[in-house]
Every structure is written in structure tokens, then in C-alpha cells.
Design a protein around this ligand. Structure first.
Ligand SMILES: CC(C)(COP(=O)(O)OP(=O)(O)OC[C@H]1O[C@@H](n2cnc3c(N)ncnc32)[C@H](O)[C@@H]1OP(=O)(O)O)[C@@H](O)C(=O)NCCC(=O)NCCS
Length: 298
């Protein structure tokens, strides 16, 4: 579109060919059972699989008879595709116990995450993670990747009213982020925020998003916000299940709200009340003390 056209028309619809597909994720994993034993398997959705093991519905006979609801993820390895995952699963299952334990110990050390508030200097890492989803998915309705400068401004803007939290591994890799911004600008909405969360594609389903969101919610409560809203693409099952698991309630589905990669997309509205009282609210505290933040993120 030349300059004159862009003054007359809105953006062109994003066609299916603009999608940069990624192979369906495939993982091998080990679960730690309460008796200390390890169970190995493969999946293309870690969180869903873990849930199945814990509920006993569609899990495995072994975990069912070994304290199923208390099993926890002890190791996860992303593979190129299903066939690579099946081969790796077979190889891991043949390992002697001490080598399986070594894998689990290394994984725990590599994935020990810490949470901290972002600064505008974190823009490059955050922007790179977010742009992956802009190019590869419909989790965001954005067509054009953001620039680092836009993200610098975005982080600074978010921090004026709410937290922008990063999850980092022991070696400083960004594993995910969560933030909130005002739901609407008009004054009467001052107690309402919209929340957002993204994990690095290699880190989904391993508890990072949950830790980030729970910390974000705890800080928003301390600030005195009343409602958290989340807008989730209808076919983003992972995020819809995640919001349900975190206690959000679905309020509405807006049909055919966005168009990306050659398809119309629904938008699901989720709400989490942060307080229940109906008295006159105190003004929101835009900044918490360092101690209050450390108490939650620490
Ligand atoms: C959505 C997202 C942030 C969730 O984070 P995560 O680290 O994968 O989720 P966790 O492993 O911390 O799971 C937290 C809870 O959600 C549930 N959950 C997460 N993914 C799930 C899935 N695919 N199926 C079922 N439940 C799921 C977990 O069972 C867990 O429940 P519990 O606390 O009762 O055990 C992450 O998957 C992601 O970044 N996805 C891509 C980007 C995206 O969609 N962002 C949201 C835009 S609206």
C-alpha cells in the first residue's frame, strides 16, 4: 500500500500465507511421583498432559497407582516432532535410575526461575519473545512485529500504573512475562486492569505462566485494583484453560472479532474479581514499596 492508499484504507487483512508455521510441539517428560519414583512419557501439550495424569482421566496406569494427584513435573525436553519425541522417550526409559535423576537435577537447576520487575532496558528480550507470537500465532491480534523502541515505551507506560514482571532462568534467559494496564482510560475505570501473560515457546506448560500470573494478581490486589480482565483468542485453548485454572470466569464470547492469517477469530472475555466489597474505593496505589514487591516476587 502506498502512502496515499494508507490514508484512505485501513490495514490489508493478513492472509494465510503470512503465517510462519512452527511444527506442532512435542515433548518428552519425567514426572516425580510421591514415592520418589519417576514416570516418563511424551506429549504435545505438557500442561494438559500433567492435568490428565493428576486427574486420572486419560493419564497413565503407573501414575494412577502412584499418587496421581501429587505427581509433579521433574524433567521436560522439547523435541523436533512426534517421532523424535517417541525415540527420545524410549531412550530415556532405558536409562538407569541415576542417569534419569541426573537429567531431573540438571533440569531443576536450569529452570530455577526468579521473578523481578522489568525496566525499559529489558525491552529487547521482551519484544523478541512477543514478536515470536506476532509472527507464528493468533494469541495476539497484532500483524506487524513491535520495535524495541515501542517496547521501551510500553514497559515504562505500564509501570506508571501496574507491575510488569519478568521470569528469568538462573542463567538470565527470559522465560516469560506478565503485566497489566488500565482497562480503560476514563476515571471511573481506575480500579480495573487488563492482564497479559506470555511464556517463551520452549517454556510453556511448566509452571512459569502460573507463577507470573499469581504474582501479578497478588501485586494488583495490594495496589487496590478491583477487577482483572483478560481477552483471549477463542481458539487459544491453552490460554483459555490457563485463565480458568487461575480462577478467572468467562463473561462473554465475542464472535468474529479479529481477522489474522486468513481466518476470523473469536475473542473470549475473562474476569477475575480482585476484591468483593462494594464500599467507596480508596484511590489505587500506583507504586508499591520495594518491600511489598519483594514480599511477592521473592
Ligand atoms: C498461556 C500461558 C501463559 C500459560 O502459562 P504456562 O506456563 O503454560 O501455564 P502453567 O504451566 O503455569 O499452568 C498454570 C495452570 O494452568 C493450567 N493450564 C495451562 N495450560 C493448560 C492447558 N494447555 N490445558 C489445561 N490446563 C492448562 C495448568 O494445568 C495449571 O493449573 P494448576 O495451577 O491448577 O496446576 C502459556 O502457555 C503461553 O505463554 N502460551 C502462549 C502465549 C499465550 O497464549 N499467552 C496468553 C495470551 S491471552
Amino acid at each position: 500500500m502506498n502512502t496515499e492508499e494508507s490514508e484512505i484504507y485501513g490495514p490489508k487483512p493478513s492472509p494465510a500465507e503470512a503465517w510462519e508455521p512452527t511444527p506442532e510441539p512435542a515433548w518428552v517428560y519425567l514426572l516425580r511421583c510421591p514415592d520418589g519414583s519417576l514416570y516418563g512419557g511424551w506429549t504435545n501439550d505438557l500442561a494438559r498432559r500433567l492435568k490428565a495424569h493428576r486427574s486420572g482421566k486419560g493419564g497413565a496406569k503407573y501414575t494412577k497407582s502412584h499418587g496421581r494427584d501429587a505427581v509433579r513435573l521433574a524433567y521436560a525436553e522439547k523435541c523436533a516432532d512426534k517421532s523424535a519425541a517417541l525415540k527420545r522417550e524410549a531412550a530415556i526409559k532405558k536409562l538407569p535410575k541415576d542417569e534419569k535423576e541426573a537429567l531431573a537435577a540438571q533440569w531443576a537447576a536450569d529452570n530455577k526461575i526468579t521473578l523481578r520487575l522489568a525496566t525499559p532496558d529489558d525491552a529487547a528480550a521482551v519484544c523478541e519473545m512477543y514478536n515470536w507470537y506476532v509472527r507464528h500465532g493468533v494469541q495476539t491480534f497484532q500483524y506487524t512485529p513491535s520495535t524495541v523502541e515501542e517496547y521501551r515505551a510500553n514497559i515504562a507506560h505500564v509501570l506508571e500504573n501496574a507491575p510488569f514482571i519478568l521470569a528469568e532462568s538462573a542463567d538470565g534467559r527470559l522465560q516469560g512475562y506478565a503485566c497489566a494496564h488500565l482497562w480503560h482510560e476514563r476515571e471511573a475505570y481506575s480500579w480495573d486492569v487488563e492482564t497479559t501473560v506470555y511464556c517463551a515457546p520452549d517454556c510453556v506448560g511448566q509452571g512459569v505462566g502460573g507463577r507470573l500470573y499469581r504474582a501479578l494478581i497478588a501485586l494488583l490486589k495490594k495496589q487496590g485494583y478491583y477487577n482483572a480482565f483478560a481477552l483471549v483468542t477463542g481458539n487459544n485453548k491453552q490460554s483459555n484453560d490457563f485463565h480458568k485454572a487461575l480462577g478467572f470466569k468467562k463473561m462473554a464470547v465475542e464472535k468474529r472479532t479479529g481477522y489474522k492469517f486468513g481466518q476470523w477469530l473469536d475473542l473470549d472475555y475473562w474476569i477475575l474479581p480482585l476484591r468483593n466489597d462494594t464500599d467507596e474505593p480508596q484511590p489505587v496505589r500506583k507504586k508499591l514499596t520495594e518491600e511489598e514487591i519483594a514480599e511477592v516476587l521473592g
